[in-house]
Design a protein around this ligand. Structure first.
Ligand code: F0G
Length: 458
């Protein structure tokens, strides 16, 4: 018999969790305008809002915090981080930022202008926000299989080459500053992009002289899927796969709050000195000097260690298998989820889960609220609220999939928590026929409305 996986770490510090009653939760969520972002964290028992900056650091990372060099310029911690990033990605130029969207802001300031087109696999919402803020357009070229939750395609984050070529043929090269590959593709369900697809996209883009950039927030999880699902890659280690993936691009933006295993941080890494200088001017303007950007020296020191730990196979195996455990427990109960199970989260198909709630009443948000009331679990809507309005027509955009994301923080919850989550989702599923009404918006912001939207129960 093969031994099961087990976490390659043990627990040294614990943080107590508070429980609440259903009656209390009904009050808390009403007072929060039925927006789970407005809840106080002590009113949440298990927090699956995001895997971003919510994980646990290792003792080696905490030790690195104490060695951080806080010099304004030329910090030793910057150079440690730069060496690690270069070792894993091959990119020699590093611009630290306070988080991923800051990296987008800095790099897109240098690259994106009004009227531009940025093709890619489903862009993350802040990425799309930074593109649309510049009156440019993000075009989604993800393969159609990604939008069929039952389709077992192993790389549902892949870019459809025909869709991409159509974009390249429809617009001039001057209008397309780059193609953006998000690894793993969060919006499509934490789904990976194959190394073969990255190679093919590179080849096609070369034909039209368009550079490739990566949104690399979950690059290590992507590399794990490449190693375990792509036959040609099974004998490479994770760091080797990372270097291979990045060798096809000219640079990356990174939210270190995911596969950097830190609570705050981001960076831009680039191949080209000229682009580094151009983006560097915006870094100084928006974030900070070139060798710290938006980070303290100790943050960079902890990040250097985190990147190294995140690209080790045993860590990734325990991480991805825990997410898989949750997905499989839900599948066993007949709950409709995106398959194969993603890297950082399980995505429930809310439309199939709650068939009686109309799409105009925010189905996935309705499910998120029910799950919170049921068990104090905070999940996140990846549906109509997040998809926002069309910037021109101001009509609601209804995405192809209306999803509820159960996002698992790294190295944080135990498998007992996972079983509790599965049981709670099943309890809501058992009473799904009684849930027939959703919510109506009473306040929304012009951009990125899901963070601050206020709702009323119908
Ligand atoms: N790109 C991807 C693919 C992301 O998932 C995120 C953040 C960002 C960029 C922006 O990075 O948060 O550091 O500014 N995703 C989080 C999430 C917020 O919950 O999925 P950030």
């Amino acid at each position: 018999m093969q031994l099961p996986y087990a976490e390659p770490f043990r627990i040294k510090t614990v943080e107590p969790l508070k429980t609440t009653t259903r009656e209390e939760r009904e009050v808390y969520i009403r007072e929060a305008g039925y927006n789970l972002f407005n809840l106080r964290s002590e009113h949440v028992f298990i927090d699956l809002l995001t895997d971003s900056g919510t994980g646990a650091m290792s003792d080696a990372q905490w030790a690195a915090i104490m060695t951080g060099d806080e010099s304004y310029a030329g910090s030793r911690s910057f150079h440690q981080l730069k060496n690690t990033v270069e070792h894993i990605t091959g990119f020699s130029y590093l611009l630290p930022t306070h988080q991923g969207r800051a990296a987008e802001n800095v790099l897109f300031s240098a690259l994106v202008k009004e009227g531009d087109i940025i093709p890619g696999n489903s862009h993350f919402d802040t990425t799309k926000g930074h593109i649309e803020f510049r009156h440019a357009h993000a075009l989604d070229c993800t393969i159609d299989e990604a939008f069929d939750i039952e389709n077992p395609h192993p790389f549902k984050g892949n870019i459809d080459l025909k869709k991409l070529e159509k974009v390249y043929q429809s617009y001039s090269k001057e209008q397309i500053p780059f193609c953006l590959i998000t690894i793993t593709c969060n919006t499509a369900g934490g789904q990976p992009v194959s190394l073969q697809n990255i190679k093919d996209v590179k080849e096609l883009s070369d034909k039209y002289d368009i550079p490739l950039l990566f949104d690399a927030a979950r690059f290590a999880e992507n590399a794990y899927f490449i190693k375990t699902r792509e036959e040609d890659c099974k004998n490479f280690n994770i760091k080797e796969i990372c270097t291979k993936m990045f060798s096809y691009g000219v640079g990356m933006t990174m939210s270190s709050k995911k596969d950097g295993l830190v609570n705050i941080g981001g960076f831009i890494a680039l191949q080209d000195e000229e682009l580094y200088r151009k983006a560097g001017n915006f870094l100084i303007l928006f974030e900070g000097f070139l060798t710290y950007g938006g980070l303290a020296g100790r943050d960079m020191a902890a990040l250097a260690v985190g990147l190294d730990e995140a690209t080790e196979f045993p860590y990734l195996e325990s991480r991805i298998k825990q997410v898989e455990l949750l997905g499989n427990l839900l599948i066993q109960q007949g709950i409709p989820i995106q398959k194969p199970i993603g890297g950082h989260a399980v995505f429930i198909d809310a439309t199939r889960f709650l068939p009686h709630v109309p799409k105009e009443e925010y189905i996935a948000q309705t499910l998120a609220i029910e799950l919170y009331k049921e068990a104090g679990i905070r999940a996140v809507e990846i549906g109509t609220l997040l998809a926002d309005r069309d910037p021109v027509s101001r009509e609601n955009r209804y995405p192809k999939l209306e999803l509820l994301r159960l996002t698992i923080p790294r190295r944080t919850y135990t498998d007992n928590h996972i079983r509790y989550i599965a049981a709670a989702v099943c309890k809501v599923f058992e009473r799904r026929q009684e849930i027939t009404k959703g919510y109506e918006i009473v306040y929304e912001a012009d951009l990125l409305r899901h963070f601050s939207v206020m709702l009323k129960s119908l």
